[in-house]
Design a protein around this ligand. Structure first.
Ligand SMILES: [Zn+2]
Ligand SMILES: [Zn+2]
Length: 397
């Protein structure tokens, strides 16, 4: 996608330097830490972020933002500051996970079985911190804040787009905290940063019988075990060794006792990929292997293929701009693309965008019940949104 870019004049650059000097990020960070602790304590799962949305709305109203959340969007908040084009959107996700927290933190979740174990509280606090700093900034154009629901279920970005919440945006940026990066580090990469996600579910229909009389049935268990092994050859034997594709079978089920061969057995799992060709090949071979394997064992496969988000693809023109700006307040590193997925991809497929990894110096990885993040890392998250918003508004004018 072609973007109209303009080189900032020296005067503008000078003004930005002044802005760098006068914005008190220590005070903003201190407040963002309190906000994160509150949000961490009150997590809500995907598409049920009612109290979280109310909290964000109140805070943004107090800061002087216009709340423009489309009526169709049940949870999440869209807000704006400024007028006219360009419109630069800043995105944070807001949902938590159905995980029982085991951090022992003073501000641990008070909602049993629900935890901000992916650090979306870190994203919200960063964006609210940036919102606070931006309300006093000097800029032309519009800053739109998108607090998106349901990232974990990969439907929230689509909900925002279908509701009209992403109309008229010239550029959008976002980030995910990265526990294995240090506080003050930001990972930025042109092109594919996070993988395309597909999900599969297969039920093998056979014929149940007495365990001692297998010749009278059609055993789905033997078929399933063979298929799970055969599917591993797609990545090892079919996919280009230079390409990255992952295929994992993560759940198998069949039978309920020792002396009965069941009627059915099932399995499910996921495919991750970074190219259209790799994604297409993996799906095609999956179908062939399952159908042929099932035929070999005389069982009938019922296959469900659920297409998830595409690759999170960083725009060629915007990414160097974001990297240059970010290098002024953080250590920019080149991250290894992640085989995890992100529904920010739905934005990045339609709108010029940059998605980054902001170091959060965590104690474990995403989705772990013991994940603790470094509060001091919030400063970098706040600055990432603040400086890149202002710089992109100046450049896209
Ligand atoms: Zn997650
Ligand atoms: Zn996440």
């Amino acid at each position: 996608m072609l973007l109209k870019l303009r080189v900032a004049s020296e005067t503008e650059l000078c003004r930005k330097e002044v802005s760098v000097m006068t914005t008190d990020f220590t005070a903003v960070t201190d407040e963002a830490i309190q906000i994160r602790h509150y949000l961490h304590q009150h997590p809500e799962v995907s598409d049920q972020e009612v109290a979280t949305s109310a909290y964000l709305r109140d805070r943004l109203r107090t800061l002087g933002y216009r709340i423009i959340t489309p009526a169709k969007l049940k949870t999440g908040v869209v807000a704006e500051l400024g007028h006219g084009h360009p419109v630069v959107a800043l995105r944070s996700d807001i949902d938590a996970l159905p995980i029982h927290e085991a951090t022992g933190l003073a501000y641990a979740s008070v909602n049993p079985g629900v935890m901000h174990a992916c650090g979306h509280d870190f994203h919200m606090a960063s964006l609210l911190g940036a919102a606070q700093a931006l309300k006093d900034a000097d800029f032309a154009g519009t800053i739109r804040l998108i607090f998106q629901p349901a990232e974990e279920t990969h439907v929230g970005a689509q909900e925002v787009m279908e509701s009209g919440g992403a109309e008229g945006i010239d550029a959008i940026i976002g980030f995910h905290n990265k526990p294995d990066l240090a506080a003050g580090e930001v990972g930025i990469l042109e092109g594919g940063l996070m993988a395309a996600v597909d999900q599969f579910k297969v039920i093998l229909h056979g014929k149940g019988t007495h365990a001692a009389k297998p010749e009278l049935g059609r055993d789905p268990i033997v078929a399933l075990t063979s298929l799970v092994n055969s599917l591993q050859t797609i990545v090892s034997r079919n996919v280009d060794p230079q390409a990255v594709v992952v295929l994992s079978v993560t759940h198998i089920s069949g039978g309920n006792t020792w002396n009965v061969i069941p009627e059915t057995a099932s399995f499910e799992g996921t495919v991750r990929s970074f190219s259209t060709a790799g994604r297409k090949l993996a799906k095609q071979r999956f179908m062939e292997v399952v159908k042929a394997g099932a035929a070999t064992f005389d069982v009938t496969p019922e296959i469900e293929w659920i297409k998830g988000p595409d690759v999170v693809n960083n725009d060629d023109q915007l990414t160097p701009l974001v990297a240059e700006t970010t290098a002024k307040f953080a250590r920019v590193v080149r991250p290894v693309p992640s085989t995890t997925g992100e529904d920010f991809a739905y934005f990045s497929q339609r709108i010029p965008s940059v998605f980054a990894f902001v170091g959060s110096h965590g104690t474990s990885d995403w989705h772990h019940p013991d994940l603790k993040l470094d509060d001091q890392a919030l400063t970098t998250g706040i600055k990432f949104f603040y400086y890149n918003a202002l710089n992109l508004l100046a450049k896209l004018r």
